[in-house]
Design a protein around this ligand. Structure first.
Ligand code: N2P
Length: 335
């Protein structure tokens, strides 16, 4: 069986345990974005059985017939899931996919950096305002290499809807990104805790909650009782996402894939996933097995007042989708 997942998104020991218990060999591969996953499947890649698209990408894949229909009620562990994450608008009735992990997209910044000590980042301006960028960008800035996340961040900064379909707003988003891009060092969504944050290749990153939290805990010093990386959700708002476990419609091993899907929904396996990734779990039964430092961490499980500022990305209409593609091509040109 072939499993295609986001980078750094499962403890590979869980896959080894599954193989040992059930004798199913797993071919494991990773991707960096929903769009990379989509492109791979659209290019006709056969042989991927289990994939992990986010919310808006599930809608796109359902429309394109890329994910198989499932009977979620036949999964013995489905009752473990927190009902708040079931029956989402992107897949009513969980007819195709089940929840895997969730999180937010914010800003990770280096503790102890002189500029941030004086100005803790509370606004997306730290990533987009050229005057601010000029003060500290020499120390290194990374942004997510992501065709929806980066425009969404610019949209929050400009006060627009992160799912805007307005061509004039999309033009302004592009301008804002192109201006700021001069100050950014890297576009990287993969391994950035180990390759970018922990080795201090950058001092600020546009990033996903779990990876930044992981960098904090991995650099935690018992003596100072602090880690090197803090996470901030800007006051203008931020993206909240839910990644899902789906079976591809081209899979020839659908029964095995469903069996594996159910395994991932087990309470202890669900906890092992979160205890490795430091992302929030939609598995209610897993909560008692999750490390207290994760459960209590508000950068991983945000408090209600932060939740209110979070928005989901949605599938946009065809015209806007084309515009987002063009925008992204223009952003990446010459980088
Ligand atoms: C972890 C990937 C997080 C997935 N590196 C963001 N949707």
């Amino acid at each position: 069986m072939s499993v295609y997942n986001w980078a750094d998104y499962i403890d590979e020991q869980i896959l080894a345990d599954y193989t040992e218990q059930y004798g199913v060999e797993i071919i494991y591969d990773t991707y960096a974005s929903n769009e990379d996953l989509l492109a791979k499947l659209q290019a006709g890649a056969e042989g991927y059985d289990v994939i992990f698209p986010s919310d808006y990408m599930v809608s796109i894949m359902i429309d394109l017939g890329l994910v198989a229909e499932i009977d979620a009620s036949s999964l013995s562990n489905i009752g473990n899931m927190n009902p708040a994450f079931m029956d989402a608008p992107f897949d009513p009735g969980n007819k195709h996919c089940v929840p895997y992990q969730w999180g937010t997209t914010g800003i990770g910044y280096r503790a102890g950096n002189e500029y941030f000590e004086a100005n803790p980042p509370t606004s997306w301006a730290v990533l987009f305002d050229p005057e601010i960028l000029a003060t500290y960008s020499g120390d290194g800035i990374n942004v997510l290499n992501d065709a929806r996340e980066l425009p969404a961040a610019a949209a929050f900064y400009l006060g627009f809807d992160p799912n805007t379909e307005d061509p004039a707003e999309l033009d302004q988003i592009l301008e804002t990104i192109l201006t700021a891009k001069e100050y950014w060092k890297t576009f990287n969504s993969e391994g950035y805790d180990t390759e970018l944050l922990i080795p201090d290749e950058v001092v600020l990153t546009h990033g996903w909650s779990g990876d930044v939290a992981l960098a904090y805990y991995e650099t935690y010093d018992e003596e100072t009782e602090d880690g090197n990386w803090y996470y901030s959700i800007p006051e203008e708002g931020a993206v909240k996402w839910l990644d899902n476990i789906c079976v591809t419609s081209s899979s020839e091993k659908q029964a095995t894939a469903l069996h594996f899907m159910n395994y991932l929904l087990d309470a202890e396996v669900g906890a092992a996933i979160t205890n490795y990734t430091y992302y929030a779990s939609p598995n209610a039964a897993a909560m008692e097995f999750i490390l207290p430092e994760i459960i209590e961490d508000e950068s991983i499980f945000p408090p209600a007042e932060v939740e209110e500022k979070l928005e989901w990305l949605r599938e946009v209409g065809d015209d806007a989708a084309l515009k987002y593609d063009e925008l992204w091509t223009a952003v990446k040109a010459g980088s």
